[in-house]
Every structure is written in C-alpha cells, then in structure tokens.
Design a binder for this molecule. Structure first.
Ligand code: AHR
Length: 314
C-alpha cells in the first residue's frame, strides 16, 4: 500500500518546485494500536510541515520494506525514513540510498549495522530501559506478584516480532532487572508478533503447558490484551489469578490497566512525527543532527492510568 499525504509526485532530487521536501516513509505495518498512532502522527506531522509524504505499509515483512525503500530511491525523494521491522539485513539497501545521496533517518527501531554512516540519526525509544522498568517494578512488587504465595514467581513472556529491536531489547532489559531476584523466573517465552491475536494464541498455549503462572510480561499492550482474552476464556481472572505487565500505554491498554486487568504499563511513545519532520528538515538543509534522539517516556500504575485515561490521545 502506498499513500501520498499531500502534494503531488515530484522527480526533483533536492526539494519540490516550492522548496518543500519529499519524504519516503517505509512503515512496519499496522500490527498494533501503537503502530496506528505512530502512522497517524507521521502523516499529520508531514502535512503540518508541508512535506510531500510517500507512505508504504510493509505488512511486517522486511522484503516489502526493502522494495519500498528501493522505490523511494528510484523516485529520488529528498529523505527516506523508516522503522525497520527487524534489526539485521539492511546494509545493501542502505548502501544504495547512500550512493544515490539520499539521507536516511531511522525512526522507532534501530538497525544492527556496524556502518553508522548509512543513516543520519535514529529517533526512538530506549527499549532496553523499557524492559528494565518492567522488570524492576515486578521485583519491587514481588509480594503482590506472587499470586499463589508459594515464594516463586513464574513469569511467561510474550515476545514481540522475532529479530525486532523492541523484542530483543525489552527481553534483555527485563532479564537484567530480574537477574538478581532468585524468586522470579521466566518459565516460558514465545513470540506473539506484537499482535492481539498472536498474544491470545501464545497465551492459550502457555495456559495449557505451564503450571502456576503468576505473571505475564507482554512486550506490547496488544499482546497483553490478547492474553487477557485467553485468560478469561480459561475461566481465570486477569489481574487477580494472573498479573500482567505490558509496554506501550495505548488507550485500550490504559483502559485495561485502570480496570485492574493489567497491573503495570511501561510507556513507549508513538508520537514521533513532529520530531521526525524537524530532523528531516535539518538533514535536508545540511545541518548537523544528533546521532541518537531518545524519546521521553514514563510508566503507569493502575491509579495513574485511571487519572489520565480520559485525556489519552491514542
Ligand atoms: O517498535 C515499537 C513497537 O512496535 C511497539 O511497542 C509495538 O506495539 C509495535 O508493534
């Protein structure tokens, strides 16, 4: 799917006739509430900045993103921005962009490339820190999280897309935060691909295969919401019989948190559009930009979610 947010197609290599910028944006897909909010933020911010936006949805497939980037290179856009579905395998296409002198901005997710000259900057969250925050909260609230009171906290982990930066980093951050706590153990871990349906299916499997699950750590709200459906279908009460910790803080997740079905959410901010347009303008103008721009994020308890839910934008 390729959409143009505003303006018409342009062949210019250095801006449209009116001096505006053409950005090619290769999005991961529409797998989660977070992604929908991120896409809206990028499209609205491009329009506000007066950019022509060429937008593609890769449906969570790396080959589709690579095709989209190649098409943006052919179209001679002024700047390419993309959120890589997985971390590895980007060097060849990024070399092509570099040879064509088209700057690339990584947004939301990083690539695992040794050659940092292949992109100008990376705007997005610190996913390791997000995993750490989830693990630290679990350790601090260990008494409450030990649902069956047997002194052992059995955690099942719903991982994001295999090979994606947020899946790898959140798992790493979480593992390091619980490492010193002998009572907490990840007893099973499997990918739910960041989708609600994926989270539900994996949780159904865990409920059948694992005894005494105390806690679900889901790498995003959507998988946590899918887990809630599976837990309820099994005749159990989420938030009471099994505790749930997630990442994102989209509106549906926050509603489940305020309702007591989720116990804690680490925020991952999807509203990257305004900062992305600002960085793109600077890059095209030849100004220096920082190598890394980290998004500011918070965490939410059930009480905090209840307070802010009505005003949550996404
Ligand atoms: O890369 C950000 C992650 O991707 C979000 O946490 C998740 O919901 C999305 O699919």
């Amino acid at each position: 799917m390729v959409l143009t947010a505003c303006g018409s197609d342009s062949d210019s290599a250095s801006g449209n006739d009116d001096g505006s910028i053409t950005m090619g944006f290769a999005q991961v897909g529409a797998e989660s509430g977070w992604r929908t909010a991120n896409t809206k933020s990028v499209q609205e911010s491009a329009e506000e900045a007066g950019f022509e936006l060429k937008f593609s949805d890769a449906q969570q497939k790396q080959e589709n993103q690579i095709k989209a980037i190649r098409s943006y290179i052919q179209q001679k856009v002024d700047v390419i921005a993309f959120s890589p579905v997985v971390e590895t395998g980007w060097d060849a296409v990024l070399q092509e962009a570099k040879r064509a002198k088209i700057p690339v901005i990584l947004t939301d997710r990083a690539v695992d490339s040794e050659d940092t000259s292949l992109y100008e900057t990376f705007l997005g969250s610190d996913f390791i820190l997000e995993g750490e925050k989830a693990g630290e909260w679990l350790v601090e609230n260990a008494g409450e999280m030990d649902v069956d009171g047997n002194g052992a906290i059995n955690v099942v982990q719903l991982e994001g897309t295999t090979g994606a930066a947020p899946a790898l980093d959140r798992a790493e951050g979480f593992a390091s935060a619980i490492e010193a706590e002998d009572t907490v153990e990840v007893v099973a871990s499997q990918t739910g691909d960041f989708t609600r349906d994926g989270g539900k299916k994996v949780m159904e499997t865990f409920l059948g295969s694992e005894k005494g699950i105390d806690v679900v750590f889901a790498h995003n709200d959507d998988m946590g919401l899918g887990a809630i459906e599976a837990i309820e279908a099994a005749g159990l009460e989420p938030g009471k019989d099994i505790k749930i910790i997630t990442v994102d803080a989209v509106k549906d997740g926050m509603a489940a948190l305020a309702e007591g079905k989720i116990s804690f959410i680490v925020e991952c901010n999807p509203l990257l559009g305004p900062q992305l347009m600002d960085l793109a303008q600077k890059v095209v103008d030849g100004e220096d930009v920082p190598e890394r721009v980290v998004t500011e994020e918070t965490t939410f308890t059930q009480e905090q979610a209840a307070e802010v839910l009505a005003d949550r934008q996404y």
